[in-house]
Design a binder for this molecule. Sequence first.
Ligand SMILES: [Zn+2]
Length: 420
Amino acid sequence: MKVLLVNTSYPPFVIGGAELSVQELAEDLAADGHVVRVLCLAPRSRRDAHRDADASPEPGRVSVRRLWRRRLHPEGRHPARWARALWHVGELLRLREYAALRAEIRQGRPDVVHLNNIAGFGWLAWLAVRRVPTVQTVRDYSLVCTSSFGEHNHSVCSRRSLRCRILKAPFTLSWLRPRRVVGVSDYVWRRMRAAGVRGRDDTPTIVRNRPRPSGDAAESATPSHRADGLPVVGYLGRLDADKGVGILHEAVRLLRAGGIEVRLLVAGGPTSYGRALTDRYALEYAAGACVQLGYVDPGDLLARCDVLAVPTQWHEPFGRVAAEALQAGTPVVASHVGGLPELADLYGEGIRTVTGFSDPGAWATALASALADGPRPTTPVPPPPAPAAAYLAIYADVRRGVSSAAGSEVGSAQVNARQS
Ligand SMILES: [Zn+2]
């Protein structure tokens, strides 16, 4: 099968987890013998650096075409308000990207076009692929909201925002719909549908990511990482307020005040928010109760902690970091928000969620209870099936123009049609 994958960006240029998930899917499909082409955007320097590798891929490898774009995504560098506004208005008329997508379809004649995050392509991407069997996977909120977080001032954009209603209106037009809309979680699929974003075939279709394991966390999952006997809580991600890392620090302070000694290992690149935390929690840092490691390999961090905390404060559509930890056998305590609670469907008891996830006290209680279970079990978790198999079945459906009676036919653990 010839598959054209479209995503805002593609590794090695990574904006968030979506790029990695798209890469894993692309490589799995190519390894399975399918002809996989990726169309994405890239800053000019990155595009030029990868031109040779992109142009002549080895057999079984993914071929990539990167279109140049000066600034990739409005969330990336916190640009000025006017620049963001201009970018979003520009989304209504991405003619160059439209032409590139049309040309890809004309020349490559893909059997299926699989759109993912299409910020930077705009609604014209839907127009360009109108006559080709198309799957749209939703990995963020940019189809319904000018914020890819799907929130304004920390409250969910419920489409009462006039700006979002106008700028994202094309994605609700029934004549423009792709054949199938797929969510990376039930939560995100339902939110799209509630906002009027749906496929011509409205079958609820959920395909959860399966992050590739990094490092050898599972092998080194022994209690020996507790060098001085302290239980270790890990954090992996951007050091930012919306990720909840500040709440985690406060929870550590509360635990220590209650006589429970823990060590919080924070992995993630330095930010001004992260530096502010070292000042605010100077006592905890001095005592070694909080440690910032900077960038580390996720596998290395997971091997060193008893539990990974995912205290995200926004409605994360999937929760890639949590899935990665669970796959490595590291228990997870996560905010009960977005798609995170659904990871229990895949990984069972390894994950527990915190309902009052903005309350440090609730986090302290949840972490204390998770750590009371003692060192983590060393039995590896059987990995859920890879998304490629589920997508192949979906591609077959959209090519035939049929709606499978239930998405649940496609890989029981990953795709399910839950009608509640
Ligand atoms: Zn909005």
